[in-house]
Design a protein around this ligand. Structure first.
Ligand SMILES: [Zn+2]
Length: 412
């Protein structure tokens, strides 16, 4: 079935074809010209104009057409929520007291352990459905709430099953060093991690670690970097979220694919990160919900970094799953232009997941993962909290159509 997208008011396009990523200081080169797109029967973009010969026509009059949004940092799948903990946090209950009462990562670990597979998958699928309605066509899954060898491997198996059950394209990351499980030190847990990496490689494309004063340190990051190289996986890391640890030089030595959070990055580390091919993944939802420091996005962009925005979707620190909301928060918090924010949630996010060769931008030969907005792109951040998605397409197929946009999709 050939599909034609007709008469869009704006189509977000990269300045050249075949880019693995675009440094964010070049975001102004993205174009937003009006036009159409033709998609082949195989779901690939074949032409940057509409065709009269289509079997399916999408009337995009007045709409913006974007590449499908890519969420490169989520903690799906998990079990349950931590709403009560959020209420305690915002009303000023000290974190130590919440943790002593069994809150925090330990609470999600317990919930995951106690919840049967089908219930975990049911919740995750529902969330993936919400993400589809907000334009996410690709997302990353992570382990990290297993906190034991069996728990972590189960989590990666569940993530794999989730990937088969949802419309989106998904990838998996093993966050094997998330929190130090009871009965271990950081060092002895890293011994366990080293022993489980060979089994995890079957499921994942990247290894991840939480580097923080309350979790793992630079030596552990260095060790995770070596494990990633030895097993031909990407290194990713949660770094500089609360404490300035100076993780950046260590991670760059291992050619990390991304460094995530960075709210507390040392000023001297901005330039080297910006000059590297390691993406800076910023998480404005987590910063906002946790009342954290603001990552120096503007400085990173101006220095030439590959900047990415993601949800960090998780039941504790960022229960936000909609990238349009994250774009709104990122634009306000970091002072991003619309093009910078869109680049950060499409091509550059696809680069983090190693999917840029076939997703993340609108160009011939790429998969037709597309989002139709009912408004100009500038409204996404401006009308904060409103979902602008009229329809979401994966490989050219409409997988979500908002009822009031149904008239736009015409079969012949
Ligand atoms: Zn995270």
């Amino acid at each position: 079935m050939i599909t034609s997208f007709d008469n869009a008011a704006q189509i977000l396009r990269p300045p050249e074809h075949g880019l693995p990523y675009l440094r964010s200081n070049r975001a102004s080169e993205l174009t937003l010209d009006p036009g159409g797109i033709t998609v082949s029967e195989e779901g690939t973009i074949t032409a940057l104009e509409s065709t009269p010969d289509a079997h399916l026509r999408i009337d995009a009059t007045g709409c913006a057409l974007l590449p499908g949004l890519v969420d490169c940092h989520t903690h799906l799948p998990f079990a349950g929520w931590r709403a009560q903990e959020y209420e305690q946090k915002v009303t000023g209950v000290p974190y130590e007291q919440i943790a002593r009462a069994g809150g925090g990562i330990a609470s999600s670990a317990r919930a995951l352990k106690e919840t049967p597979n089908d219930a975990v998958l049911h919740q995750a699928r529902q969330l993936a459905g919400e993400m589809l309605q907000a334009g996410t066509t690709t997302f990353e899954c992570k382990s990290g709430y297993g906190l034991s060898r069996d728990g972590e491997l189960r989590s990666l198996q569940l993530a794999t099953e989730l990937g088969r059950a949802v419309d989106q394209q998904t990838t998996r990351t093993a966050l094997l060093a998330h929190s130090i499980p009871h009965g271990y030190t950081a060092d002895t847990w890293m011994d366990e991690v080293e022993a489980m990496v060979p089994a995890a490689t079957e499921y994942v494309t990247a290894l991840d670690i939480f580097v923080e004063s309350i979790a793992f340190d630079l030596e552990h990051l260095d060790r995770m970097g070596r494990l990633a190289t030895d097993h031909n996986l990407h290194l990713r890391a949660h770094v500089e979220q609360f404490t300035t640890m100076r993780s950046v030089p260590v991670a760059l030595k291992h050619n990390a694919r991304s460094l995530d959070h960075l709210s507390a990055i040392h000023p001297d580390d901005i330039e080297p990160l910006a000059n590297s091919t390691t993406a800076a993944v910023l998480l404005p939802g987590a910063e906002f919900m946790g009342k954290e420091a603001t990552a120096p996005a503007r400085a990173l962009i101006d220095a030439g970094a590959i900047v990415v925005l993601a949800t960090d979707a998780n039941p504790g620190t960022s229960p936000i799953f909609e990238l349009p909301t994250i774009i709104g928060l990122g634009v306000r918090r970091y002072g991003l232009s619309t093009r910078e924010a869109l680049l950060a949630t499409t091509l550059n996010a696809a680069y983090v997941l190693d999917l840029a060769p076939h997703t993340g931008s609108i160009e011939p030969g790429k998969r037709a993962d597309l989002v139709l907005l009912d408004c100009p792109v500038e409204h996404v951040a401006y009308r904060l909290g409103r979902n602008p998605v009229a329809a979401t397409f994966i490989a050219g197929e409409p997988v979500y159509v908002r009822p009031d946009a149904a008239w736009r999709i015409m079969k012949r």
